[in-house]
Write a protein of this length. Structure first.
Lengths: 294, 379
């Protein structure tokens, strides 16, 4: 039974990683950049939601919506001000700028909200956990809703990318930037939209994550950000189903190694698995193999 | 013959071939900066112009300068993004501290202890670089970056559970503090608490020697047959392969040498503090070193030295504005990146610059060409 409990909490953590990894993978797909500030957008989303519930007394769900709107705007703004001027100048310059943005968000949060950790109230506070198998198996509402949210987001996003005009435009831009422009697609708009979706999802991921792991600090987003980035690479960066599979596998590995091997070494095991996967498949589980032409 | 083709496919190699004095110029500037900086800081400390806080930063400044130079070997010369330089630093630091504690009591001559520790740290870091370098050979671009990041995190995590102790002159180690035999031992490294009771043997002179050695190694590699091979692979891998260059060998070489130099620097860093926690070597430190390299100009050895020194000193000097210090740092970092890399802004800035300095127009255009190539290497 502990195995099943661990599996469920692994899936729940993995779902959070998957939702964050979506932001990484979509942004990477469309603009070929590693957006290291993505983890800190999660943190900002968490703080927004925290403030709305604690100081304004908003309903948790409404607060999450506000956090989503704020993060969406933040994502668009970051892209417009910091990344767009550097488009097409090589990955290193954009990477350092993303790190600058990450420092900026962390220190803004530090200035406004201080370094003291805040305790986040769960979004599902009133709900009771489900007991199954004669009380041996306990499933928290947090786990259920996180896994559900992940499934719903995946389905909606896949539909959006494959069926709608804006989604198809996004795919076209990530396939070939220049050709898409020649076909009359507004590249800037497509990239803005990608950042908006990714950042909005980051807010959802932040609220879901903080519902299970409630400590909120300016550095809260950093480690989940790196892990989700790992998840995106694990599944093959640029691929949406890859992000989901990578996130889930990573979450399960992390919880299982925490439970059965060592708490302190769980991160090391996660990263070691990544290296092994890349050794076998250099572009991740579902990544496309790019052949080079002379 | 192969050497000549090599020079032709590497744009920078071609330039080197046409103008043999390029290497000498870069070397002279680099060594001059290090020695003049050393003399100025020593003079400042002797006359009391430089306070105690800043004097405490002398060794870290040297260590970061050296790290910026050794990372440049991977990022600038080999053209691969590495996000785990702090991991090699950690390997060097903790293995070096270990050696210094073991041989320290029996060896009275302190410089010898430092030297042996640093060499051992470099050796261990090189071994780590070799192990991590093998999976890297098959990977490209951003995948390589994430593996180095993962490696840095693994090292830091392992340090958190590693225990080393001396028990009547015998070295004992464990992955768990409760294991028998370690509890009575004189502890050297205690998991997440890190190394404690280290005798601080690092001096500013050692720092200078470290920097000089690092610059010497990196510049000589850059100007050797192997260095030109590495750079030609960076500029055009397929062309390099087609004339029979062993891409794996050269990439691994750059990576291992860079790791060894980082281990050496890490060891000196470790010997500078009586206690050293593994958290010091996290992802942020790796990023910090990368920022030095990029702000100094990718591939530019002395630029990295200046950037490392300034960015270590300035945050320390503005400590009284603690709250806004890091915020300003972030904003300045973003602005500098945009101003130096955005094509339109860059053209405008160079335009203004050439108006201010009308006599130097010719050398200005030369500088512009250099930048362009540096960027190509980074991409």
């Amino acid at each position: 039974m502990t195995l099943l409990t661990n599996l469920i909490s692994g899936l729940s953590l993995g779902s959070v990683y998957a939702i964050i990894a979506l932001g990484y993978t979509m942004v990477y797909g469309i603009s070929k950049m590693l957006n290291f500030a993505h983890g800190d957008v999660i943190m900002i989303g968490g703080y927004m939601s925290f403030i709305m519930t604690m100081y304004i007394g908003m309903n948790g769900w409404l607060a999450m919506l506000v956090a989503m709107v704020v993060c969406t705007l933040l994502g668009i703004m970051i892209e417009r001000l910091a990344y767009r001027p550097l488009r097409g100048t090589g990955s290193l310059a954009v990477l350092i700028t993303a790190i600058g943005v990450s420092y900026f968000l962390q220190n803004i949060a530090l200035l406004i909200w201080g370094a003291n950790p805040k305790m986040f109230t769960s979004l599902f506070k009133g709900m009771k956990p489900i007991h199954a198998a004669g009380g041996q198996l306990t499933i928290t509402p947090e786990s259920i809703f996180t896994i559900l949210a992940n499934v719903v987001i995946m389905i909606l996003l896949t539909l959006f990318v494959s069926k709608t005009k804006a989604g198809k435009a996004m795919r076209a831009v990530s396939e070939d930037n220049g050709a898409a422009q020649l076909m009359g697609i507004n590249v800037n708009q497509s990239i803005s939209l990608t950042f908006a979706i990714g950042s909005g999802l980051a807010a959802v991921a932040g609220v879901l994550m903080l519902s299970t792991y409630p400590v909120l600090m300016p550095t809260t987003g950093a480690m989940p950000g790196i892990k989700a980035f790992t998840a995106a690479v694990f599944g093959g960066i640029g691929s949406i189903p890859g992000a989901m599979i990578g996130g889930l596998i990573l979450g399960i590995i992390e919880i299982f190694s925490r439970a059965y091997i060592s708490t302190e070494l769980s991160d090391a095991i996660v990263f070691a698995c990544l290296i092994i996967v890349l050794l076998v498949k250099p572009t991740g589980l579902l990544g496309k193999k790019i052949s080079e032409k002379v | 013959m192969a050497e000549r083709i090599l020079k032709n496919i590497s744009s920078r190699g071609l330039k080197n071939a046409l103008k043999g004095n390029d290497y000498r110029k870069e070397a002279t500037i680099s060594y001059a900066i290090l020695i003049v900086g050393f003399i100025l800081l020593q003079a400042g400390a002797a006359t009391g112009l430089i306070g105690h806080n800043l004097q405490g930063q002398f060794v870290p400044i040297c260590v970061y300068c050296s790290l910026a130079v050794s990372l440049n070997l991977v990022v600038g010369i080999s053209g691969e993004l590495s996000l785990g330089h702090a991991g090699f630093m950690a390997v060097g630091a903790f293995s070096g501290i270990l050696v210094s504690r073991i041989i320290g009591p029996s060896l009275a001559f302190e410089p010898a202890v430092v030297l042996i520790s640093m060499l051992f740290g470099a050796l261990m870091a090189a071994a780590a670089g070799f192990v991590i370098g093998i999976p890297i050979l098959g990977l490209r671009g951003d995948y390589l970056a994430i593996v180095t990041l993962a490696f840095g995190e693994i090292i830091r995590n392992l340090m958190n559970v590693l225990y080393f102790g001396l028990d009547n002159g015998r070295l004992r180690f464990a992955f768990n503090h409760s294991i028998e035999g370690i509890e009575n031992a004189d502890r050297i490294i205690t998991g997440a608490i890190g190394a404690t009771g280290t005798k601080t043997m690092a001096t500013f002179t050692w720092g200078l020697l470290l920097c000089l050695f690092t610059v010497f190694v990196v510049l000589n590699i850059k100007n050797s047959k192997q260095g030109r091979a590495i750079m030609s692979i960076r500029d055009n891998r397929i062309a390099g392969e087609s004339i029979g260059l062993d891409v794996r060998k050269y990439k691994l070489m750059a990576f291992v040498v860079s790791a060894a130099l980082a281990g050496m620097a890490g060891c000196l860093f470790g010997l500078n503090y009586s206690t050293l926690v593994p958290v010091k070597f996290n992802f942020n430190t790796s990023v910090l070193i990368l920022v030095f390299v990029v702000l100094g100009g990718v591939g530019n050895i002395w630029g990295g030295i200046i950037a490392a020194a300034l960015l270590t000193v300035l945050p320390e000097a503005f400590r009284q504005f603690a709250d806004y210090r890091m915020l300003t740092y972030a904003v300045v970092l973003i602005l500098v990146m945009i101003c130096t890399y955005n094509p339109t802004l860059k053209a405008r800035i160079t335009g203004i610059w050439s108006k201010i300095k009308p006599f130097k127009k010719q050398s200005e255009s030369k500088g512009k060409g250099k930048n362009k190539k540096g960027r190509k290497g980074a991409a």
